[in-house]
Structure formats: structure tokens, C-alpha cells
Design a binder for this molecule. Structure first.
Ligand code: AMP
Length: 112
């Protein structure tokens, strides 16, 4: 999609630190990491929100989660990791192309 930064990364028009790629998804390092390991997993197909995904993308979303699980050791996440999907304004979503934050490489505080 025109003017989508993640579509441009997927197309190779903007450089990224890729760590995994297949036909359906790309995983690359977040440019402003908030954990020792902070990756972004993006479907190559452009859509912004889970609420837009529809039944047609159910299998893609399932495969994406399973792939992250399968790659955990390769990605250095063997001691545990957290997945975050910011959706909409209140969640602070800044890029309107669905992406899963993958956080790990350190203990991750939860709550107070
Ligand atoms: P969100 O706030 O959930 O929409 O997350 C967007 C994420 O994309 C942020 O964590 C940004 O640091 C990250 N980001 C923005 N531009 C780039 C880029 N060119 N390469 C890698 N990560 C990026």
C-alpha cells in the first residue's frame, strides 16, 4: 500500500534488519527497541487491524503465531518472550499495518 512504511520495508524500498522472511511474513528488528530483543512480525499483505482481517485471514494469523513459536530459539527467545499487538489510538498504534511486537532477551516486568 502506498505510503505505508511497513509495505515499503517489505518491498525493500526502505532498509530493515531482517531476521526471518517467507512468502507470508517478514520479521525485522524494531528501530527503537524497548527490550533487549525487540522484533516486529508483519504479514506481507497490508491490513491495519485485526477487526479488518476477516475469516479469510484466520489461517494466515494462525500460521504467523505458530511460526513465531517455532522460531523462538533461532530468534534468541528461548527463555521466554512476549507478543504485543497495538490496535488503535488508545493502544498507541503508530503504524497502520498489522504487526506483532516480539519482546524478549530479558525478564519482562508485568504489572506493578
Ligand atoms: P506501534 O506503535 O505498535 O504501531 O509500533 C510501530 C513500531 O514500528 C514502533 O515500535 C517503531 O519503533 C517501529 N518502527 C517504525 N519505523 C520503523 C522502521 N523503519 N524500522 C523498524 N521499526 C520501525
Amino acid at each position: 500500500m502506498k505510503d505505508c512504511i511497513f509495505c515499503k520495508i517489505i518491498a525493500g524500498e526502505i532498509p530493515s534488519a531482517k531476521v526471518y522472511e517467507d512468502d507470508e511474513i517478514l520479521i525485522f528488528k524494531d528501530i527503537a527497541p524497548i527490550a533487549k530483543i525487540h522484533l516486529l512480525c508483519v504479514p506481507k499483505e497490508h491490513f491495519a487491524y485485526l477487526s479488518e482481517a476477516g475469516e479469510g485471514r484466520a489461517a494466515l494469523l494462525g500460521r504467523t503465531l505458530l511460526k513465531i513459536g517455532a522460531l523462538k530459539d533461532e530468534l534468541g527467545l528461548g527463555d521466554g518472550y512476549r507478543l504485543v499487538v497495538n490496535q488503535g489510538e488508545n493502544a498507541g498504534q503508530t503504524v497502520r499495518h498489522l504487526h506483532i511486537h516480539i519482546l524478549g532477551g530479558q525478564p519482562l516486568p508485568w504489572g506493578n
